[in-house]
Design a protein around this ligand. Structure first.
Ligand SMILES: O=P(O)(O)O[C@@H]1[C@@H](OP(=O)(O)O)[C@H](OP(=O)(O)O)[C@H](O)[C@H](OP(=O)(O)O)[C@H]1OP(=O)(O)O
Ligand SMILES: Nc1ncnc2c1ncn2[C@@H]1O[C@H](COP(=O)(O)OP(=O)(O)O)[C@@H](O)[C@H]1O
Ligand SMILES: [Mg+2]
Ligand SMILES: [Mg+2]
Length: 362
């Protein structure tokens, strides 16, 4: 399909892009009967996108679009008011919109146009939009090798009755403190419950998870002289961004550990409106080296490869924490579809190479 859209020489105009003078052409669509008229100078990969305005701002940054254009990739907004089949033709459809209707449109479009890569299939995305099913593949994978173990926190789903929560928690053996998250991953309020009685104040539908301490690693304190605690802002979370086969890991501050003493003295439910996005980057912070140490690369490679296959997704990130007091006990606590790649260093190159590789592999 990419080959059907050509740059026509007579169409070309010059534009100053950054420091360079580039030939920027008008796009021509073969179905309209014009593409074939012009000699093909360069194959263009056309990426139709359906994104929120917030996402367009953070993802389609000017320098990214410029680099993409240089490499022969054109981003074209999808008009939601018009049939998708009347637009394009596209080589790739990039999307992050919710709603049943949009899913149906994409599914029909994907079936009718198997040569177009839909990033990613709507039914695969649905699995990670629900926290009940989100981590299932990580649990099934049960990854454990010389580099470490990757699991998920013990969790329980509460669909309706808040009064049933203390009993259900007791029965399941989930230990306090407990993190409560909205069942639907698009909502981001988080609550931390310190005692069983307070659990009934939570508002279902929810996923309840054991809180995993992931701050300073005590085990090393026995070996080294105690260090002054510089990590005052809490634990550290690893954001593992995946774009096809590429992986990038960033550090973020996270919630502080809850000690046994604190747990025994505290009660109630603490609410946090949006922990993850409010948290600062911890990449430049003066962290204790044992907290800062990234998860082993081979472990992440294996995890990402398996999850790409099992989830059927190519664009996602994983929130991973390392259990306090351990060297290699990791937990995946969140999976996000098409996350904020704009924060990922070099995302422009990674993404453009990925888009080109999709078309080449076809
Ligand atoms: O807003 P951003 O750029 O921080 O990206 C959000 C992600 O942040 P992250 O890249 O993981 O730090 C964010 O990740 P978290 O759930 O906060 O870990 C979500 O993926 C969010 O999407 P949605 O609101 O769940 O649809 C993402 O929001 P959208 O950009 O997709 O609206
Ligand atoms: N089981 C857990 N143990 C410890 N901390 C957690 C746990 N679950 C979540 N957190 C903390 O809460 C934050 C938000 O939870 P997360 O599942 O990532 O939801 P969101 O989709 O809103 O980012 C995480 O980034 C982490 O700091
Ligand atoms: Mg998160
Ligand atoms: Mg999330």
């Amino acid at each position: 399909m990419g080959g059907e859209i050509t740059y026509g020489k007579s169409e070309a105009r010059e534009e100053i892009v950054g420091e360079e003078k580039m030939v920027v052409a008008q796009r021509r669509y073969t179905p309209a009967g014009v593409g074939g008229v012009f000699p093909p100078l360069m194959k263009v990969v056309v990426v139709g996108y359906a994104l929120t305005s917030k996402k367009i701002k953070s993802f389609l940054q000017p320098q990214f679009e410029r680099l993409a254009r240089k490499k022969g990739i054109l981003f074209v907004p999808i008009d939601l008011k018009r049939p998708l089949s009347d637009q394009g033709p596209f080589d790739i459809v990039l999307h992050k919109l919710s709603g049943k209707e949009w899913r149906r449109v994409l599914e029909d479009y994907g079936n009718a146009n198997p040569e177009v890569t839909v990033l990613d299939p709507p039914d695969a995305i649905q699995q990670v939009y629900n926290r009940q099913s989100m981590l299932q593949d990580v649990a099934d994978l049960n990854l454990s090798d010389v580099y470490g173990k990757v699991g998920v926190p013990k969790q329980l789903v509460i669909k309706k009755d808040p009064l049933s929560i203390p009993g259900a928690v007791n029965k399941s053996g989930l230990r306090l403190p407990i993190v409560a998250k909205p069942l639907f991953a698009k909502s981001h309020e988080l609550s931390l419950a310190y005692d069983e009685f307070s659990l009934q104040k939570l508002e279902p539908p929810l996923v309840l998870q054991e809180f995993i301490n992931h701050g300073m690693r005590e085990i090393l304190y026995g070996v080294f002289p105690p260090l002054p605690c510089r990590n005052l802002q809490g634990g550290v979370l690893f954001k593992v961004y995946i774009v096809g086969e590429t992986i990038k890991v960033l550090r973020r501050f996270s919630l502080p550990d809850v000690s046994k003493r604190e747990l025994s003295k505290s009660a109630g439910v603490y609410r946090f409106p949006r922990v993850s996005c409010a948290a600062a980057s911890a990449d430049e912070a003066d962290l204790d080296p044992c907290v800062a140490e990234l998860p082993p690369r081979p472990l992440l490679e294996k995890l990402a490869k398996e999850l790409r296959r099992r989830l059927g997704l190519r664009l996602f990130n994983l929130d991973i924490i390392r259990e306090h007091g351990t060297r290699d006990n990791y937990y995946v606590i969140d999976i996000n579809y098409f996350p904020g790649y704009g924060k990922m260093p070099e995302y422009e190159h990674i993404f453009t190479d990925f888009l080109l590789s999709l078309v080449q592999s076809k």
